[in-house]
Design a protein around this ligand. Sequence first.
Ligand code: NAP
Length: 112
Amino acid sequence: MTPTSTRTTALVTGASAGLGHEFAKQLAAQGHPLVLVARSASRLEETAADLHRRYGITAEVLPADLTVDADVAAVVERLKDPARPVGILVNNAGIGLLHNFEDNPIGAEKTT
Ligand SMILES: NC(=O)c1ccc[n+]([C@@H]2O[C@H](COP(=O)([O-])OP(=O)(O)OC[C@H]3O[C@@H](n4cnc5c(N)ncnc54)[C@H](OP(=O)(O)O)[C@@H]3O)[C@@H](O)[C@H]2O)c1
């Protein structure tokens, strides 16, 4: 396996539970440094510590509520930070409307 230091950093939203947690775990097992996003900072800290202990990767915690514009902006800023590049985005957190994305009004996307 490539040493961790040369692996691309991955940002995973909804990384503290369910599918996002599994994505984070599998990326950590491959040696990717992580940025973990969800609302609960304490659950993110637990996840980061567990993944570091199991796989030796660094996991940064970025608490954010992705229904709040300012929090989304903070995540975008982190993604754009040239000093700390992120090469993989797993934008998992969310809820699906039962239509094609392009058929949904922006209001429905923002309120669900
Ligand atoms: N599980 C399925 O069978 C299934 C099927 C189809 C699609 N999906 C989609 O896959 C995604 C994950 O589903 P899941 O079942 O794995 O969910 P889950 O087990 O409920 O986990 C949700 C994760 O997202 C975080 N989260 C929830 N609301 C958030 C918000 N407003 N801002 C930031 N983070 C938030 C949660 O942490 P906090 O609560 O701390 O924020 C948690 O880490 C969702 O988009 C879901 O619609 C799931």
